[in-house]
Design a binder for this molecule. Structure first.
Ligand code: ZN
Length: 414
């Protein structure tokens, strides 16, 4: 991704004073002569900021303004240890609302829309972000919060909600209940704005068809404002991220090297205007790629597009020098005719070479047809991912069933 001139200006301005404002960056960049950062190449030599650094700075070590400028904090979940606290100034809160308002506009909302918000309220950034954005945009926010499906459905009917904001799993649950209760005709839903986790194509299709709505992905994370940093548009060309607030990079998570556009790697985000807790080269652990080119038929300008998330860096594995993710294997499997959705990958190392065997289920038991399908899977894999695999067709129900994607990858090399 080539850094845009306006972004470089903002970054240089930010870096010029960051050490004075932020004790966190004074320490992190202690050995860096900030005057030596003049362009994209030198910027890419700056050390990354990690979630572990933010945990270490708990509670407010990341704060880069005097106390009287802080108006709010948010916190990312602490399920894996000490939580991270992010302080916001009034400008940060306003900027976040501005970005989120742009998201509602980008998906075709109007001031007449009624926005049904089911993500949670509280320390994390979900519910309140959806609400701030809706209010800033001028639509009507219906701040439900999560749970109590009965009440959600009643309000959806009574209030004639038009936009559903939800996680993909809650959207699916609601869709199923709506189908079960036969109340689709009483609803006015027309759009679904779904928080960015990785969700499969099949789940998306089910939610869209059962609810009869257009679905959009919204991206963001608590460390970087929250949801609203970017959103997909009706043309599904990726998630448009706002260039004046965030600078996006994609790196090889193993080597830290910046990857060319189109290659999947870890998203790294630099905030361009954040006051309370500016972040420089923050590693998100989200896997995506930058969509090459500037043009989308929707006409949105000054955005960088990223693809829908393909997973987390922890899911990544490397075979024959190529980084791969379960989602990519799944995509190949799903694209070959006659192959069902179940698969398992076995990786071995024999005679100095990696061997990747991909087991998948297919509908036919005819040996000749199975052989054809195996060839097709092998060829598609080679074309799309660049690795030659050993394809093994099995019958439907022959592979072990598992909810967890990671157990589908069996690595016998280490
Ligand atoms: Zn677009």
């Amino acid at each position: 991704m080539k850094m845009k001139p306006a972004q470089l200006d903002m970054i240089l301005k930010e870096l010029a004073t960051i050490k004075e404002r932020s004790p966190f960056y004074a320490k992190k960049f202690a050995d860096v002569d900030m005057a030596s950062i003049t362009d994209q190449e030198s910027f890419e030599r700056l050390p990354f900021s990690e979630k572990a650094d933010l945990r270490e700075a708990y509670p407010l070590g990341i704060q880069a303004v005097p106390d009287e400028k802080i108006v709010r904090i948010h916190s990312s979940s602490g399920t894996t240890g000490t939580p991270v606290i992010i302080p916001y100034t009034q400008k940060d809160v306003d900027d976040w609302a501005e970005m989120f308002a742009r998201c509602y506009k980008a998906i075709g909302c109007t001031k007449l829309d009624r926005v049904h918000i089911t993500p949670g309220y509280g320390l994390w950034t979900a519910g309140i972000g959806f609400q701030l954005g809706a209010e800033r945009f001028g639509a009507m926010a219906i701040p439900m919060g999560p749970g109590n499906t009965e009440k959600q459905l009643k309000m959806m009917v009574d209030m004639q909600s038009t936009v559903l904001c939800a996680t993909s799993s809650y959207a699916l649950l609601l869709a199923e209940r709506i189908a079960q209760d036969g109340i689709r005709d009483k609803l006015a839903l027309r759009k679904g704005l779904i928080g960015s986790e990785r969700w499969g194509k099949k789940m998306r299709e089910r939610i869209a068809s059962e609810l009869g709505v257009e679905l959009y992905d919204i991206y963001g994370l608590t460390e970087i404002y929250g949801p609203g940093v970017g959103v997909s548009c009706q043309y599904n060309t990726g998630i448009h991220c706002w260039d004046d607030f965030v600078y996006m990079e994609v790196i090889d998570p193993k080597t830290g090297k910046t990857l060319p556009d189109g290659e999947v790697g870890e998203l790294v985000i630099t905030t361009l205007q954040k006051e309370g807790a500016p972040l420089i080269r923050y590693r998100t652990h989200d896997l995506s790629s930058i969509v090459p080119g500037d043009d989308c038929p929707c006409g949105l300008e000054n955005t960088t597009r990223i693809t829908q998330l393909v997973g987390r860096t922890d899911d990544m594995f490397k075979v024959k020098g190529v980084n791969m993710f379960p989602a990519q294997v799944e995509e190949v499997i799903n694209s070959v005719d006659g192959v069902s959705s179940e698969y398992q990958v076995m990786i071995d190392h024999l005679n100095g070479k990696d061997i990747m065997t991909v087991y998948f289920e297919c509908e036919t038991s005819d040996p000749l047809r199975r052989h054809e399908i195996e060839d097709a899977v092998q060829e598609t894999f080679k074309n799309r991912i660049g690795v030659t695999i050993v394809p093994k067709a099995e019958g439907i129900g022959d592979l072990p069933r598992s909810e967890k994607k990671s157990t589908r990858i069996l690595d016998n090399r280490y």
